[in-house]
Design a protein. Structure first.
Length: 191
């Protein structure tokens, strides 16, 4: 068939009928063959990116470093940030493509209490847990306690983050709530 198009030995209608395409398609093929010498499909390159690699690196630093109040990196937040900071405006749907190209993926952030004290937790793990293990070894009853509640608190929503790095959103631990508590000891008795 390529010979028919290259040598121009057959009428366009005959080629179209033989291949089951329209005559306009054959015209298009002949034009492409004349320009490129081939019918190989080409990929449109599109416009050059208006964001530089420096802009991309700044975005990869994280949301808080860019002045966002927490690590919640949404497409709309990134769109507004890119527009304000770099004077390049995109639709928020296109920003998702940019974020993927930069290595971001949509993730649900881990929620932590803003009042959480990592130093006290580490201290208890080193000292308090050791004391507890010694008491249990001497025969003390160990009580497993759990609390469940309904609360009016902040929302964790999906956000964009570098692949493999889960964003962390700190939320206040003080809110209106209703709690219930239950406990069971090491002998299996409910308390």
């Amino acid at each position: 068939m390529l010979d028919w198009i290259a040598q121009n030995t057959h009428k366009n209608q005959k080629i179209a009928d033989h291949l089951g395409v329209s005559v306009l398609t054959v015209y298009s093929w002949k034009g492409r063959f004349k320009c490129t010498g081939s019918l190989q499909a080409t990929v449109a390159g599109g416009a050059a990116s208006r964001l530089t690699t420096e802009h991309g690196e700044q975005l990869r630093e994280g949301a808080v470093q860019q002045g966002v109040p927490d690590e919640t990196w949404t497409a709309r937040r990134v769109k507004n940030l890119i527009g304000r900071r770099f004077d390049v405006w995109y639709h928020h749907d296109h920003v998702r493509h940019i974020l993927r190209r930069l290595g971001f993926t949509p993730q649900t952030p881990d929620g932590r209490a803003a009042e959480r004290n990592e130093l006290r937790i580490a201290s208890w793990r080193e000292q308090g847990a050791l004391k507890l293990e010694k008491k249990v070894a001497k025969g003390a009853a160990l009580v497993h306690l759990d609390e469940v509640g309904c609360a009016l608190k902040g929302v964790r929503r999906r956000a964009w983050s570098i692949k493999g790095v889960t964003p962390l959103v700190t939320l206040p631990a003080k809110w209106e709530k209703l709690s219930t508590i239950g406990a069971i000891n090491s002998a299996g008795q409910f308390l």
